[in-house]
Design a protein around this ligand. Structure first.
Ligand SMILES: [Zn+2]
Length: 96
């Protein structure tokens, strides 16, 4: 079952683990302190993400106007689905 999706981070690193959930919703993060695992974190999908995922709709305003931030809101936590704020395009985490 070798799980490769474990990421180790140093405890003092200012790092937003929720962003990892956007790449792989099943990820586990080990927080390391003095070379020991002090915490295991299962990141939760954030309710709102900005400029992390991109809208795939070529007609979306964010595809046309590059200065507009890509804003997505979570619509289904279980399925990892986000909706584009501008065009309602659905982005599924881990699939796109
Ligand atoms: Zn869009």
């Amino acid at each position: 079952m070798g799980r490769k999706d474990i990421i180790k981070i140093e405890n003092n690193v200012d790092f937003d683990v929720t962003m990892l959930a956007l790449i792989d919703p099943n990820v586990t993060v080990n927080v390391i302190e003095d070379e020991h695992i002090v915490r295991k974190v299962k990141p939760e999908l954030p309710e709102r993400v900005e400029d992390v995922i991109k809208c795939k709709n070529p007609r979306c305003i964010t595809s046309v106007e590059k200065y507009i931030p890509q804003v997505f809101t979570l619509v289904n936590r279980e399925l990892g689905q986000y909706r584009c704020q501008y065009c309602d395009e659905i982005y599924t985490v881990g699939k796109d």
